[in-house]
Design a protein around this ligand. Structure first.
Ligand SMILES: NC(=O)c1ccc[n+]([C@@H]2O[C@H](COP(=O)([O-])OP(=O)(O)OC[C@H]3O[C@@H](n4cnc5c(N)ncnc54)[C@H](OP(=O)(O)O)[C@@H]3O)[C@@H](O)[C@H]2O)c1
Length: 255
């Protein structure tokens, strides 16, 4: 049974992945995972593949075990894995609760690693893994500090694993998807005050996914959408980290 597994499938970028993957190629099932099950059921009305919904809070480590057991029971051929569950909190480090900080590391980084590890035995040659990074994957982001650190993990993890697979001729490709600001529900949780108030340019989730699917076909290990974002990544590479952070803080009216 050929399947795609998508975390964060209920909204925003994860949901856009479900819709575009389904439109692009046939899957027997799409395993759609999110915190709440309600919106996952809705997906079935919009796709051809059978949706198998899973409600899993990835702050709770037992849910990865549940996922592993589901794989074992069905033994599917996982053609695509999308790690898109995640959340951010834009506040100073000290003012964010330790629980939420651990939650960000759990959902954005540890789950990405765990989902990938558990899925790999069920992936064959041609398997594709999309991991959600961000513009903050490339630089430290004070005031969105731990969020940015988890996204740096996503980029480093994806690129490194992609090389391990290439060297080992495993035939599986891994890519980090790194957009800047995407219009989604993400900001309902992330923004509660004016700590982060400057959003340079907004893009649509569907465009992020369209570019990611195209970049994967081209064999890229990072997907960056738009000229603005490409210039930002180049600037971060060329400028000293201190200056990059100074610019970020100035944009955010901090410091
Ligand atoms: N929006 C942006 O500007 C932006 C930019 C760069 C990268 N990203 C990244 O893109 C990914 C998708 O974000 P989005 O913008 O599409 O946001 P979104 O619309 O808020 O979607 C987040 C998804 O993650 C799920 N989720 C949140 N907490 C979870 C938990 N504890 N356990 C399991 N699932 C959980 C949500 O499930 P429920 O709906 O059930 O809560 C939802 O499906 C994230 O990794 C985010 O960091 C976003």
């Amino acid at each position: 049974m050929k399947i795609a597994v998508v975390t964060g499938a209920s909204s925003g970028i994860g949901r856009a992945f479900v819709l575009q993957l389904d439109a692009d190629e046939p899957f027997d099932e799409i395993w759609a995972i999110a915190l709440e099950e309600d919106l996952l059921g809705e997906l079935q009305k919009e796709v051809h593949a059978r949706i198998r919904p899973f409600a899993m809070d990835f702050c709770n480590r037992e849910n990865l075990t549940r996922y592993g057991e589901a794989l074992k029971a069905v033994a599917p051929d996982v053609a695509v894995l999308v790690n898109a569950s995640g959340f951010g909190i834009f506040k100073t480090f000290e003012k964010t609760s330790l629980d939420r900080l651990f939650g960000m590391v759990d959902v954005n980084a540890r789950t990405m690693m765990g989902m990938t590890y558990l899925t790999l035995p069920y992936m064959r040659q041609g398997g594709r893994i999309y991991n959600m990074g961000s513009g903050s994957s490339f630089q430290p982001t004070p005031y969105a500090l731990i969020y940015g650190a988890t996204k740096a993990f996503a980029l480093s993890f994806s690129r490194g694993l992609n090389v391990e697979f290439r060297n080992g001729r495993r035939g599986i490709r891994v890519m980090a998807v790194c957009p800047l600001w995407v219009k989604t529900n993400f900001f309902k949780m992330a923004v509660s005050d004016k700590t982060i108030s400057y959003f340079s340019k907004w893009v649509e989730a569907a465009d992020v996914v369209k570019k990611a699917l195209k970049d994967m076909r081209r064999g890229k290990d990072v997907s960056i959408l738009g000229f603005n974002m490409q210039m930002q990544v180049l600037g971060v590479k060329l400028l000293p980290a201190g200056l990059v952070m100074k610019i970020w803080c100035k944009q955010q009216k901090q410091g």
